[in-house]
Design a protein around this ligand. Sequence first.
Ligand SMILES: Cc1cc2nc3c(=O)[nH]c(=O)nc-3n(C[C@H](O)[C@H](O)[C@H](O)COP(=O)(O)OP(=O)(O)OC[C@H]3O[C@@H](n4cnc5c(N)ncnc54)[C@H](O)[C@@H]3O)c2cc1C
Length: 454
Amino acid sequence: MQNIAILGRGSIGLLTALELNKRYPNIDITIYGKKNKYSASYAAGAMINILSEIDCFNVNHPLTKWKLKNRSKAIQEWDNLNQYLINKNILKNTIYTSFGTEMSIDKNSVNKVEQSSLKSIVNTAKEYSIDIEIENNQKKEIVLIKEENSIDSNTLLDAIDNYLKTAITVIDCDVKALHKTESENWLIEDFQNNKKKFDTVIIACGAWSENLISKSNDIELPEIQSFYGVGCALLVKSQLPHVKDPKLKEIRRTPNRGGTCGIHGVQRINSIYVGASSHVSLLDLKLPNPESIRTLMDGTEQFLNIDTYDLAFEIAMGYRPVTSDHVPIIGSLSKNLFCLYGTKRDGLTWAPYFSKYLINYLFGDKDNQWDELMHLCSPQRKHISAGDIDECIDSYLLTKEWEDYQHRRNFNEEKKKKLRKMAQEAHEFINRNSEKKIGLNPEIINAIYYRNCK
Ligand SMILES: Cc1cc2nc3c(=O)[nH]c(=O)nc-3n(C[C@H](O)[C@H](O)[C@H](O)COP(=O)(O)OP(=O)(O)OC[C@H]3O[C@@H](n4cnc5c(N)ncnc54)[C@H](O)[C@@H]3O)c2cc1C
């Protein structure tokens, strides 16, 4: 292989380019993509969370089990990256902004999703011998997860992006389409109408990957659909010299709450990041939802105990790349064409691991764990079930009920009936060509319904 193009300047694209440049400095590497304020990687907190990402919906999923088996390696890759960036003077200081994750729920919490998710975390820690501490006080049940630290994704990715501009070719323009050449290599056409041939191409365009693939006639679109997982967060800080910035020594978060807005506070270099809303959409919505912002503001005051009266905030917004079965799409789309997208809410955590093993794979190094992941995430796979259909529909109704509770809206029998019908139709669609009884994750049901059944 003489030249390679990486499409997308988010965490997956940038870290893959960095890894390739580190290991194969003689290969001609080009990375494409306009700087994009909605990139998921820049909107991420960012928490290096694996055990903390377990919830009552994903706990028994094959991908969750794979992640737990490979947890230590993924965390180790962050330490390796940290060392490399400091040694190369790409970053002056450590990439970590805080250490450990404190997960807690209010003892009076009436939210059954978060209670059951916290239980799943504690049980999983036991099963996989992960070191946690449990604390109970009058108000809260707290689980302290060591090793799951935070980083400032903007500082990290900007530093890598700036370094790559000096080391490889960075083209500040999106790709319009890919065309297969006679020799089964790829001709890239960008939005400035420039064309260039590459031996190998990696698509890492996050939530936009499906759009690019669908515009390229020589590539078959995976059966698994992809959506925009819209997420908003607040960046809370002081803008007055006499008012101190709030600080956090560890990540402080609730368990995931399915489709509703779990709260997490994460130390960034110049602010506290309070995230994050979650809404899976067919469209790349451009404006934040006021109700999500209100919930984040309440969470800042009530959950994180930050007095915001004298503080200011900015809004960060981006799209998690979400697939219809909540499993990423990783693998070959065609000869010499690879893709890696659909990493949803923990893609940043896995970016150093993914980039290392992807490069190993492309250069012929075999690894059983990576093979297992590629098998699970194959672009040619059939839909992976999220569980029994009736249970998925019940979980969907439960998350909708708690979503309405959180957002102070009415959830009545009529609404429940309508939502049940939508969930049934979404399941009929996904099972239309299959004898398998595929259950859908509650978070994706609305998006599947509105894209395919309405
Ligand atoms: C609010 C929020 C909070 C999150 N928090 C966390 C967290 O705490 N921890 C964690 O691990 N993960 C978190 N995530 C998820 C994580 O950010 C993603 O899973 C991961 O970063 C996805 O990386 P990516 O490179 O695939 O996508 P992106 O970062 O979205 O990058 C894709 C890039 O491709 C570019 N592109 C699009 N179309 C084209 C084209 N045609 N040609 C070239 N380039 C193109 C885009 O402009 C973009 O720069 C969060 C996500 C959000 C939205």
